[in-house]
Write a protein that binds this ligand. Structure first.
Ligand SMILES: Nc1ncnc2c1ncn2[C@@H]1O[C@H](COP(=O)(O)OP(=O)(O)OP(=O)(O)O)[C@@H](O)[C@H]1O
Ligand SMILES: *[C@@H]1O[C@H](CO)[C@@H](O)[C@H](O)[C@H]1NC(C)=O
Length: 312
C-alpha cells in the first residue's frame, strides 16, 4: 500500500439492514407474522466502497461502527471484499448504524434508520486518515454521516490534489454551498436534484436543466442518474448536457443501484484518469445495470471477473 497509495478512499456510512417481509405493514401497536427475514450489509458509503473494490480498485473505508456484533461483522465484510479496514473505528458510545426495514407483498416499505456510530465520525478520524488520503486518486463522500465531516473530507482531499465525488444522499434542502465548489463530480439522482434546485425532474431535458443549475453553483462536473434512462453528464469545460443512455434490462431489485454506479465511477476515475467523463458514465451505467438484475444491495454488485473485458 505505502508506495502505491489507494485508488479510492470513501469517507461515509456503514449500516446493517434488518429486513422483514410481511403481507402488509403493521399498524401502531400491532404484531403481525412475516414470512422472511434477512440481514444485509448496507450504508451508502460502504456500498460504494465495496463496488469499487469488486472492480479491482485499491480501496479504504473511513467510517465508524459500534463495538458490537454488527460492527465486528461489518469489518469482516470489508475484509472479505478486499477493502482496507485501517481506518474503520469502533466505538462503545453508540451502536453500529442500523436500518430496520419492513417490506410488504406489494413491494412498499417502512424504514427506521438509526445512524448510531456513523454520527461519531469526525475531525479526529479524518486527521488520522489524512496521510493515506494524500496518496489516493479519488475520494467519495455522501450525507449519511455528519455533513460537516463530509465537507471537511472534501476539503482535505482537494488540498491534497485528490479528485472528489460527492453524492448528496440523502438530500438536504439547505446544503452548505461549499459542497458544490468542493465537488469535482457532483452525482445525484432525480429526487435529490429536485430537492436541491426546486425544479421537478421527470425527463432527460429536465435533468439537463438542473445539471446546468448545479454547475452554476460551482461543481466541476455534474451527473444526474435517471434509472433505466441512464444518466445526464455536464462539465464546466463542456457545459452542454449529454444524455448517456443505457441498454434496457429486466430489473429485479434496484436497491443500491445508485451506489453501484458511484462505486464504478470512482474506479474509472482512479484507474483511467484521462478517459472522458461520458465514457466513464457509460461504463458505470453498465456496471449498475448488472446490479439491478440481482436481489439485495451488495449481494447484487458484480465483480470484475463477471463483467465483459471491454469494460476494462
Ligand atoms: N431499470 C434499470 N435498467 C438499467 N439500468 C438501471 C436501471 N435502474 C437503474 N439503473 C442504473 O443504475 C443507475 C442509478 O440508478 P438510479 O438513478 O435509480 O439511482 P438511485 O435512485 O440512487 O438508486 P437506488 O435509490 O435505487 O439505489 C442508473 O444511472 C443506471 O445506470
Ligand atoms: C434517490 O435516492 C434516494 C436516497 O438518497 C432515494 O430515497 C430515492 O428514492 C431516489 N430517487 C429516485 C428517483 O430513485
Amino acid at each position: 500500500m505505502a508506495e502505491e497509495g489507494f485508488d479510492v478512499v470513501v469517507v461515509g456510512s456503514c449500516m446493517t439492514d434488518l429486513v422483514s417481509q410481511a403481507p402488509r405493514l403493521p399498524k401502531a401497536g400491532e404484531t403481525i407474522h412475516g414470512h422472511k427475514f434477512f440481514i444485509g450489509f448496507g450504508g451508502k458509503g460502504a456500498n460504494q466502497c465495496v463496488q469499487a473494490a469488486r472492480l479491482g480498485a485499491r480501496t479504504t473505508m473511513v467510517c465508524k461502527v459500534g463495538k458490537d456484533f454488527f460492527g465486528d461483522n461489518y469489518i469482516q465484510n470489508f475484509k472479505n471484499n478486499g477493502v482496507s479496514t485501517e481506518f474503520v473505528g469502533q466505538t462503545d458510545k453508540a451502536a453500529t448504524g442500523a436500518a430496520s426495514i419492513i417490506v410488504n407483498d406489494a413491494g412498499e416499505n417502512a424504514i427506521v434508520i438509526v445512524a448510531g456510530a456513523n454520527m461519531m465520525l469526525g475531525d479526529k478520524e479524518l486527521q488520522g486518515a489524512g496521510p493515506a488520503m494524500g496518496g489516493a486518486k479519488v475520494l467519495i463522500c455522501q450525507l449519511e454521516i455528519s455533513p460537516e465531516t463530509s465537507l471537511q473530507a472534501l476539503r482535505m482531499a482537494q488540498e491534497r490534489q485528490v479528485k472528489t465525488i460527492f453524492n448528496p444522499a440523502p438530500a438536504i434542502a439547505d446544503l452548505d454551498p461549499d459542497f458544490y465548489s468542493r465537488s469535482d463530480v457532483f452525482c445525484c439522482n432525480e429526487s435529490e436534484a429536485e430537492l436541491l434546485t426546486g425544479v421537478a425532474v421527470s425527463s432527460v431535458e429536465d435533468a439537463g436543466r438542473v445539471g446546468a443549475e448545479l454547475l452554476r453553483r460551482g461543481c466541476g462536473s455534474v451527473i444526474v442518474t435517471l434509472g433505466p434512462q441512464g444518466c445526464v453528464v455536464l462539465s464546466s469545460q463542456d457545459p452542454a448536457p449529454r444524455h448517456v443512455a443505457t441498454a434496457p434490462v429486466t430489473a429485479l431489485d434496484t436497491t443500491g443501484a445508485g451506489d453501484s454506479f458511484i462505486g464504478a465511477l470512482a474506479f474509472y476515475m482512479a484507474r483511467y484518469p484521462t478517459m472522458p467523463l461520458e465514457e466513464m458514465a457509460s461504463r458505470a451505467n453498465r456496471v449498475a445495470a448488472v446490479s439491478v438484475q440481482g436481489v439485495g444491495t451488495q449481494t447484487s454488485y458484480p465483480y470484475r471477473k463477471d463483467l465483459p473485458q471491454e469494460l476494462f
